[in-house]
Design a protein around this ligand. Structure first.
Ligand code: C5P
Length: 239
């Protein structure tokens, strides 16, 4: 049963339940970009993002990535373990795009010779600034040990997702992860993995199948999200 609202973010609401160790996450259709300077809604985005995350998280668990996910409850709801979110957003990049291309003067689409892991401080007020691990430790956002676990898990997520999407005709360009800490101190993957948090390019055409369609006013946002859901639930599965 849904209890009191514990947290409302840009795309999700988190509710208490009658069990202290469990929360219900509700996915909304609200879309924001550029630190909420651009706002809109994408029809059924919450349904798609919940469905995709609910397929991926149990598979990631099986691939050795502990997660907060317990069960999909409905079209828009998930039951998750109650965790304290580590305020460090972790971005993994396989191909230059977005802020990485801009910062380093690289064309979008340049293949990186190895995955790059970046850390950002999760702060709406500051616009999620790029940080390094020393900053996170010094500011008390995470310990050195937690960050080592987070990096290993982030790369493990990438090693699972890259072939998973390739088998479905999608290049995984980059993505953002968030981690949480359980009451007994375990670091687990939290939040979502969806077209909101990843860059997905069609392997054949290069067409963008992710939130960049909303950010860059490319049109066809809903169709791209539905297409990603179709591919994720498709049978193709060498993994
Ligand atoms: O904008 P940037 O190139 O740094 O984004 C890298 C990846 O992280 C993209 O897949 C983007 O969708 C995701 N991201 C996110 N939430 C943020 C910032 C980036 O999901 N606050």
């Amino acid at each position: 049963m849904k209890g009191e609202l514990r947290y409302e973010g840009k795309a999700k609401k988190v509710y208490a339940t009658d069990k202290p160790g469990e929360y219900i996450v509700e996915y909304k259709d609200d879309a924001t970009a550029f630190n909420a300077q651009k706002r809109g809604t994408v029809a059924d985005k919450g349904v798609v993002n919940n469905a995709i995350t609910s397929v991926l998280y149990p598979r990631l668990e099986a691939a050795g990535v502990p997660t907060h996910f317990l069960a999909q409850l409905s079209e828009r709801e998930q039951l998750v373990k109650a965790v304290e979110i580590v305020p460090v957003e972790v971005v993994v990049r396989n191909v230059a795009a977005g802020s990485f291309s801009k910062r380093l003067g690289l064309s979008e689409g340049v293949l990186l010779s190895q995955p790059v892991v970046e850390y950002y401080y999760k702060s709406d007020v500051l616009g999620d600034p790029l940080i390094n691990t020393d900053t996170a430790v010094t500011m008390g956002w995470a310990t050195e040990e937690d960050l080592a676990v987070i990096r290993t898990l982030a790369l493990r997520v990438n090693a699972f997702l890259t072939p998973f999407f390739a088998a479905r005709g999608v290049r995984l360009i980059d993505f953002k992860l968030e981690f949480g800490k359980t009451p007994d101190g375990e670091i687990v993957l939290a939040d979502e993995i969806s077209p909101d948090t990843c860059r997905f390019w069609d392997a054949q055409s290069g067409e963008k199948l992710d939130k960049d369609r909303f950010r860059r006013d490319l049109g066809g946002v809903e169709d791209a999200y539905q297409e990603m859901l179709r591919r994720v639930i498709s049978e193709a599965d060498p993994t």
